[in-house]
Write a protein that binds this ligand. Structure first.
Ligand code: CUA
Length: 318
């Protein structure tokens, strides 16, 4: 069955299977007693309805054994569920000591992630399979919530403090994560994917995007790692203007007026995206001020200058 239509998300972390077992045990017990009690009520209401021919002499006054039984059984079940869930809760809230630590920052409306070596990514989370991963999370604005259904983990991400989440992916593959706290207009777009890779693939992914490259190549890597294309590529979300072949062109602005898409315009649009909104678009893009240094800006602009209307760099066409 395709994952989009599965009843439950895949069991892709070390706690997923036990989490589901606990959930289904609780549902099973609730259904068993709920349905059983309903059926008993309906049966007795029917049997002792007015005018029915049943023996009503000598009704029972009470039965201590029965009282003990129906108090004792739920007590044992409830305590059993408590011990089981408390044990699982403690496991899920206590990160292993040697866990790999990643930083996650939520902001309206994107997720920024940084790996131990300094590598960053946006709305994507690459992790090696079989490793304990700890996320240290904070928000730049309002309350968000980091939720990976396949891992059965979910935690609020708060401004002004760190919250923590850990998991151990047990299966390679791509899973989805969501913001699970309503945080404004584009809350529903605050989503991404977790890419669980073999340790070797993860290492090579980490080492990708070095520094000794022509500025437009480094800029392309920045463009991709900042996920600019999520909004600024043709045929995708259409949230932002397409940038292919933009450099040097005239741009019509919302509220009238024209501007030439030169270096200063691109620079302003990265650092202060609300300053000049292109006609037909909304102020959605967050500022990258403080996230990208002078060198990065220069590389990004070099890349934007190099892309032709078809989105290819000159050397890709050869
Ligand atoms: Cu962030 Cu909802």
């Amino acid at each position: 069955m395709s994952p989009e239509f599965a009843l439950m998300p895949e069991q892709a972390s070390s706690v997923s299977a036990e989490y589901d077992a606990l959930l289904f045990t609780e549902i099973g017990i609730s259904v068993f007693f709920g349905v059983g009690i309903c059926l008993a009520i309906m049966f007795l209401a029917w049997r002792y309805r007015a005018g029915s021919e049943v023996d009503r002499s000598d009704p029972p006054e009470g039965d201590m054994r029965l009282e003990l039984l129906w108090s004792g059984i739920p007590l044992v079940i409830a305590l059993g569920l408590f011990v089981w869930s408390a044990k699982l809760f403690i496991t899920m809230r206590t990160a292993p000591k040697n866990a790999m630590e990643l930083h996650v920052i939520g902001k309206q409306w994107m997720w920024k992630i940084q790996h131990p070596g300094g590598k960053r990514e946006i709305n994507e989370l690459h992790v090696p399979v079989g490793k304990d991963i700890k996320l240290v999370m904070s928000s730049e604005d309002v309350i968000h919530d980091f939720f990976i259904p396949a891992f059965r983990v979910k935690m609020d991400v708060l401004p002004g403090r760190y919250s923590m989440l850990w998991f151990k992916p047990i299966r390679e593959g791509t899973y989805r994560f969501f913001c699970a706290e309503y945080c404004g207009t584009s809350h529903s777009k605050m989503i991404g994917r977790v890419v669980v890779q073999s340790p070797a693939d993860y290492a090579s992914w980490l080492s990708g995007g070095g520094n000794n490259e022509p500025p437009e190549v480094a800029g392309k890597a920045l463009f991709e790692s900042f996920r600019c294309g999520t909004c600024h590529r043709e045929g995708l979300t259409g949230r932002g203007p397409v940038l292919d072949g933009l450099f040097g062109k005239q741009v019509r602005l919302a509220g009238g007026g024209m501007v030439v898409a030169d270096e200063n315009y691109l620079r302003e649009s990265i650092l202060d995206p609300g300053g000049k909104i292109v006609e037909g678009y909304q102020k959605l893009m967050p500022t990258y001020r403080g996230q990208i240094g002078e060198e990065g800006l220069m590389q990004l602009i070099a890349y934007l200058k190099s892309i032709a209307p078809d989105g290819k760099q000159p050397e890709e066409k050869r």
